[in-house]
Design a protein around this ligand. Structure first.
Ligand code: ZN
Length: 102
């Protein structure tokens, strides 16, 4: 397999038995989902990604007492909008919502 300098080089020649080419390949991202309490529509929102410089990765590794961290920090947006009814909501992590009815 030829590996070029491009970040878009393909990691595998075959994926799931399907020949891999730029025409039939997409990169998938992590996303967040919520069901709209207003209209019930299922929504998907893009994640917010922060990539760390090598210095930041080293600092994080020292703070955590681990080897330098790699990769990116992924979180959800603070606010989300329903794609169907356009209602806006503050986004919380699962389990963070306090249900006052129970
Ligand atoms: Zn809605």
């Amino acid at each position: 397999m030829e590996v070029g300098s491009s970040a878009n080089h393909l990691a595998a020649d075959y994926c799931g038995g399907m020949p891999v080419s730029p025409e039939n390949t997409v990169e998938v991202r992590l996303a967040f989902a919520f069901d709209c309490p207003n209209c019930g529509a299922e929504n998907f929102v893009r994640s917010v990604m922060h990539e760390f410089s090598p210095d930041e990765q080293r600092e994080m590794g020292e703070d955590l007492g681990e080897r330098p961290q790699t990769g990116a920090w992924i979180t959800h947006p603070e606010q989300v909008v329903c794609g169907q009814c356009k209602a806006e909501f503050k986004a919380l992590n699962p389990g963070e919502l306090v249900d006052e009815k129970s």
